[in-house]
Design a protein around this ligand. Sequence first.
Ligand SMILES: [Zn+2]
Length: 438
Amino acid sequence: MNLPGDACERDSIWDREVETEDRAQALARGEAAWERQWAHLMEHSDFYRNKFSGAGHVRLADLSRLPFTGKADLKAAIDERPPFGTNLCVPEERVKRVYQTSGTSGAPSVLALTPSDIEMWTTIGTRTYYTSGIHDHNSVLSTFGAGPFVAGHTYFVLARIGTRVVPLGPGDADRVLFGMRAGIFDTLLTTPSFAQYLANRLDKDGEKPRTLKHIVTGGEPGGGIPAVRDHIESVTGAFVNEVMGIGDIAPSLFGECPGREGMHFSGGGHVWVELVDPDSREPMAIEPGAVGELVYTHLTREAHPVVRFLGGDLIEVQRGDCGCGRTTFRMRIIGRRDDMFIVRGVNVYPSAILAVVAGFRPRVTGRARVVRDASNVSVEPPVPIEVEVPSGHAADGQLAADLEKAVRSALTFRCRVELISEENFGEASYKTRLTRKT
Ligand SMILES: [Zn+2]
C-alpha cells in the first residue's frame, strides 16, 4: 500500500520477513534474542545483576516476573558511576555515539550506543519511516535536529531508505517555507505543533504549497488527532500520518501506514513490548481494543539495554484491518501518564482537550494547555485551560464561553478558558507542552 498518488512499484514493506510474521514466529524470534541478551546482562552489568538477583534464569515468556525499570532507576545508575552509569554493559571504548536526553523530568542524562546499537536503531527506524510511505524517490526535509537528542538519528534512517535529504533543524519556519516555494522537498518531518504553526501561516497568506505531498509528524501526539490532522491537510493539501519513538528504547519505533489505522510496531526482533494495566500494572494481552501502558525490553541493545521499561505512554490497540499486509499490532496514543489528571474520579488527558479546541479554527491557533498544581493529580472543576488565539483576539469573551461549553459537552467537566494571544503564549512553536505545572 502506497501513499495516494505514489505509483512506485517497489514492495511497500521494508522488512517483509519480520513485519508480516505471525505471533508464534515473533515469539520464537524474541525468545532466541532474549536468551543471548539475558546472558549479556548477567555477565556485563552490575546494575542488572543486583536488580535481578534471586530471579534465577528468566525466559521471555516469564518476563513479568522481573521488576519494572523507570526513568529514575536509569538516572540513579548514571549518577552512581558517571558518565555512562552502572547500567553500561560494554567497555567505554566500545561506545561510539552518545545522545543526551532533554531533561524535561530532571537533569539531562546520556544514551550510549555501540556500532551494533546504531545499526539496530537504523533498522527499526527504517521500517518505521518506510511504513509511513517514505520511499527512495522522495525528497525529505527534516526539522529534527542532528543532535543532541535521539531524533537526530532519523538522518541515518533517511540515508538508508535512500531519499534525498534536506536537513534543517527545529523551529526555522522561514527556511521551511523557502524550501516549500522552491520545491526542493515533497515530504516534511515535523512535530504536529510546528505543522500547525506552518499551516496557520500558509492559511493567513492564502498560499498552497505546490510540491509538498506528505507530512510525517512525531515527537508529540497530534498527528493522530483527527481535528488536528484534518486542519493541516486542508491547508497544505498534504497527506498527514505519524510516527513515534521513545528515547531510551529507539527514536522511531512505531509508524503509521497509508491505511491510517494507527501506528504499527516496528521493533520486531530487537524490542519486546508488553502491555500492562495502567493502575495495577498487571500484564494484559495485546489485542484489539485493549487500553494500557506499554512496557519495553531491549532484545539486542548492547551498551544501554533496558528491561521492562515503563515508557509512560497510555495507548489503545487498534481494531480492524489497515490493508497494508503488515501483521504487527497497531496503536494510538491516548496520552502521557505524566500529563494525565483526574476530575471527580475521571482520568483526563490533555490531548482530548486539544481535539476539542482544534474544532474552533480559525478563531484559535490549535495550541492549548492545562494549568495545574505540579504536586496534585486531582483537579477541581473548573479546570484552568489556556488556549492560544491569533493576535488581537484575546478579549473574545464569546469564544471563551463557546470553548468552555464545548469542553463541558465533549468531556463532561467544567473548565475556565483563558485566551492568550500568540505572541504571549510562549514556548517555541516547535513543540508544545500540554500541561503547565505551577
Ligand atoms: Zn498498515
